[in-house]
Design a protein around this ligand. Structure first.
Ligand SMILES: Nc1ncnc2c1ncn2[C@@H]1O[C@H](COP(=O)(O)OP(=O)(O)OP(=O)(O)O)[C@@H](O)[C@H]1O
Ligand SMILES: [Mg+2]
Length: 315
């Protein structure tokens, strides 16, 4: 079990992670979702013992990560963001090199190599230099080095970034297969990524956790809501927030400026229909409504609501 308790991490004046707490149960695949700069990598680097927390604690099976970095690194397989590899090395040599660092006895190496080569589909490139590999195969090598010591926990920071759609499907399949026998944390800024692989999702934004649950749970917490997308001319960003004065149940999810127009997404429960009042309000303000579209709340909307700048959690 991974337990993160009131974790905060600052870099100078930047508070990258703020009082984050969550638990990852054994055997779970946890999706760690958040936009660029949300604090995913920082959280992951404290879990993997490469960064010390400013405040709070991380425990792996009751062992405090900060006090036991060597032991923790034995228990964790880690694929870092951007997958650093030694380009000049042949895949075989690289995996042997990692196995040595991991202190895998020479007698066990062959068996481990066979396992990871089969699992990660590396057989046909095993004697190729890493620099000649496609991104998809590089990522497989990254996964292979992460599991060479057969860790119970696997932590993957944006494992499919930069891959083409076919490679993404392959790597996702591989992660799902590994997830059958391991506890996995997979970070991403792409919702579909997490939807396709994770049992549970945690959404982080501005260093804070803004959602934690299964996709169904996240959806049901927003069920019974309508999204209204408005495109307005002559409006200003600040004024849009006054639309909430029409009805207290209206929430402004996002306000974006596009050239001279404002595009805003509102959300309200299905038992009200404030469209007429919004029209009249716009008329009174001399805004020109270029578009007003209604739709059901999607998972994409939920992610945007929770993370987009100008969303309710950023006010
Ligand atoms: N070593 C560092 N020194 C200073 N600031 C840092 C450092 N590492 C991260 N930060 C800052 O902390 C915040 C969180 O960064 P982090 O890399 O954890 O985000 P992320 O969610 O992984 O983003 P991305 O999706 O871009 O990888 C950002 O504002 C970032 O600039
Ligand atoms: Mg990152």
């Amino acid at each position: 079990m991974i337990k993160i308790e009131n974790l905060s991490k600052s870099f100078g004046t930047v508070e990258a992670v703020k009082d984050v707490s969550f638990v990852v149960n054994d055997g779970e695949i946890l999706g760690f979702l958040g936009p660029n700069g949300a604090g995913k990598t920082t959280t992951i680097r404290t879990i993997t013992s490469y960064l010390a927390p400013t405040k709070g604690n991380v425990y792996i099976n009751d062992l405090n990560v900060n006090d036991n970095p060597d032991e923790i690194r034995k228990q964790i397989g880690y694929l870092a963001e951007h997958n650093p590899l030694y380009d000049e090395m042949v895949v075989y040599d690289f995996l042997e090199f990692v196995a040595n660092i991991r202190q895998i006895p020479a007698v066990d190496f062959k068996a481990r190599l066979k396992d990871v080569t089969e699992l990660c589909g590396l057989k046909k490139v095993i004697y190729r230099p890493i620099k000649e590999l496609s991104k998809g195969f590089r990522q497989r090598v990254g996964l292979a080095q992460a599991i060479i010591h057969d860790p119970k926990i696997l932590i993957l920071d944006e494992p499919t970034t930069g891959l083409d759609p076919n490679q993404i499907v392959e790597i996702r399949g591989l992660i799902k297969a590994l997830g059958k026998e391991k506890t996995v944390i997979i970070s991403s800024h792409i919702l579909q990524e997490i939807q396709a692989t994770a049992d549970r999702t945690i959404i982080i934004n501005n260093g804070e956790i803004v959602a934690d649950g299964t996709v169904e749970e996240l959806m049901s917490s927003f069920k019974g809501h309508t999204m209204l997308e408005l495109e307005l001319k002559n409006a200003n960003k600040e004024d849009i927030h006054n639309l909430t004065s029409i009805n207290e149940d209206i929430k402004i999810d996002s306000v974006l400026e596009n050239k001279n127009n404002i595009i805003s997404k509102l959300e309200y429960p299905n038992n009200i229909d404030p469209r007429e009042e919004i029209f009249n309000y716009a008329l009174g303000k001399n805004w020109k409504i270029l578009e007003m579209t209604r739709h059901k709340v999607s998972l994409e909307d939920i992610f945007r609501t929770l993370t987009v700048e100008g969303g309710e959690n950023n006010d």
